[in-house]
Design a protein around this ligand. Structure first.
Ligand code: BES
Ligand code: MN
Ligand code: ZN
Length: 493
């Protein structure tokens, strides 16, 4: 899709669709037929709230095209990142009408270049993310409509910030879309080996280093926790390590993504209802790989190593069992109480491995617990960690990216819930409550003293069960990609 920023009257736009955005004061000032639009808005009880929209029909004086009015909410407290959802909503409505070109008019007036920059980024991300649907397996013709091919953003005033912000938005949207597709691809297609191929492709295109370890090499490294999870599947484990090491970097980040291409629960089998959603249990690794793709393009002066311990959790004849005791790469022993608490086992060895790369901080992303979804619902990820300044930086990066993240505690007193009678630690809690926190506490066993670390439990937003600003119902959201890249860009000093 081509996008451009234009000044002038949106009424002159030669596009099929025109969307005009208004705050809840319904000030249509400067738009064609502003009086008629206002009257129509009032007739329809349109309040201009965020998420609200209507098509205006046959209004005298409005351009003869599909005219959509979208709400921006309150003027006070409005942030440029709110535009992502507004632009996405407009594109969704135009797609429903099979339009191929649209103009979007926004009241971005006397704002600073920095505001223009963020606004442009959000707008471009919003339209690109909403314009793409996962139709590759449709043979009924619904895969033929390609969505909008051109979008014009009408703004009252142009600035360099618009172009620059738009370009960043394009890179971040493409990386998010890449992650979305990986998550949405079913587990019969997206196997650990296929993920390794995707990583090799990203590395080759972006000039990154990549190494893929098989089960034998992982065994040599002592990854007993990770390998146990993979051993019940016909698909072998693939441990992916990518690195981006630019000259002159003053900060070295370690990224870890949970990579279960499918999580049946193993012998502690999950109920049939909704098990298919567990194809998304590699969303953490998809976010990490998507972020590496963007980092390779943006070339920040920050070193980044990324690991993805790919596996499939299946109840095959070789599967690990409840009661098994595993030895992790850092030497700690783990008693298995539930084979469905597998993500933390793969992350344990991935965390040990990444810390051997001498990183300054570690971020991990994982669809780790249903408990986190119960706590925060489908839109929020939970953040836990051992370093408040690092947590604050991640939360700040998320705020501008459109990813919603809420901090949860790591209470030392809850460590008793994952005590084992026979090993150093148990892989699942003896009580039902606080499951996101006990998972976080389990991971902390594999984070060395002095390594600043943040764990993001993305189980809620990883797979959309409703149309959202970032993806359509039933698709992966690409959550985390933009937060990670923004965090890295902020570390350039
Ligand atoms: N992959 C799941 C967590 C999950 C649940 C992700 C729902 C996305 C949506 C994870 O491996 C899991 O099964 N966790 C268990 C842990 C329990 C056995 C301690 C859970 O949350 O029930
Ligand atoms: Mn599980
Ligand atoms: Zn899982």
């Amino acid at each position: 899709m081509r996008w451009t920023f234009l000044t002038g009257s949106p009424a002159e736009a030669k596009t099929e669709g025109l969307a005009v955005a208004v705050f809840d004061d319904l000030d249509f000032h400067g738009l064609p037929a502003s009086k008629a639009l206002k009257a129509e808005a009032e007739r329809l009880r349109f309040k201009g709230a965020a998420g609200e929209a209507f098509f205006a029909f046959n209004l005298a004086g409005t351009p003869s095209k599909h005219l959509l009015v979208v709400g921006l909410g309150k003027r006070d407290g409005f942030r440029p990142s709110c535009l992502r959802a507004v632009a996405a909503l407009a594109v969704r409505r135009f797609r429903e009408r099979f339009l191929s070109s649209a103009a979007l008019a926004f009241p971005l007036g006397e704002d600073t270049p920095a505001v223009h920059w963020s606004a442009a980024e959000a707008l471009v991300e919003g339209v690109l993310l909403a314009n793409e649907r996962f139709t590759r397996y449709k043979t009924d013709g619904s895969n033929r409509f390609e969505g909008l091919t051109a979008v014009q953003f009408f703004v009252p005033k142009k600035s360099g910030g618009l172009e620059e912000g738009g370009k960043l938005g394009q890179v971040l949207a493409e990386a998010t879309l890449f992650a979305r597709v990986l998550v949405t691809e079913p587990a019969n297609v997206l196997t650990p080996e296929r993920m390794a191929e995707e990583a090799r492709k990203v590395a080759k295109e972006g000039g990154l280093a990549v190494k893929v370890l098989g089960p034998k090499e992982c065994e040599k490294l002592g990854m007993g926790a990770y390998l146990a999870v993979a051993q019940g599947s016909a698909h072998e484990a693939r441990f992916i390590h990518m690195s981006y090491r630019p000259k002159g970097a003053k900060f070295h980040l370690g990224l870890v993504g949970k990579g279960l291409t499918f999580d049946s629960g193993g012998l502690s089998l999950k109920p049939a209802d909704g098990m298919g959603a567990m194809k998304s249990d590699m969303s953490g690794s998809a976010a990490v790989l998507g972020a590496m793709k963007a980092i390779a393009v943006l070339k920040p002066k920050v070193a980044v190593d990324a690991v993805m311990a790919m596996a499939e959790n299946m109840p095959g004849g070789g599967a690990y069992r409840p009661g098994d005791v595993l030895r992790a790469m850092n030497g700690k022993t783990i008693e298995i109480l539930n084979t469905d608490a597998e993500g933390r086992l793969t992350l344990a060895d991935a965390l040990t491995y990444i810390q051997k790369q001498k990183v300054d901080a570690v971020l991990d992303l994982a669809t780790l617990t249903g408990a986190c979804v119960v706590a925060l619902g489908p839109d929020f990820s939970g953040a836990m960690g051992n370093d408040q300044p690092l947590l604050d930086e991640v939360l700040a990066a998320a705020k501008e990216s459109g990813d919603e993240i809420w901090q949860l505690p790591l209470p030392p007193a809850y460590a008793k819930f994952i005590k084992s009678d026979v090993a150093d630690v148990a892989n699942s809690s003896r009580v039902r409550w606080g499951g996101a926190l006990t998972a976080g506490l389990f991971l902390q066993n594999f984070v060395e003293e002095g390594t600043p670390w943040v764990h993001l439990d993305i189980a809620g937003p990883a797979l959309r069960d409703d149309d959202g600003a970032d993806a359509y119902k039933g698709e992966g959201s690409g959550v985390g990609v933009r937060t990670l890249v923004r965090f890295v860009l902020g570390k350039q000093g």
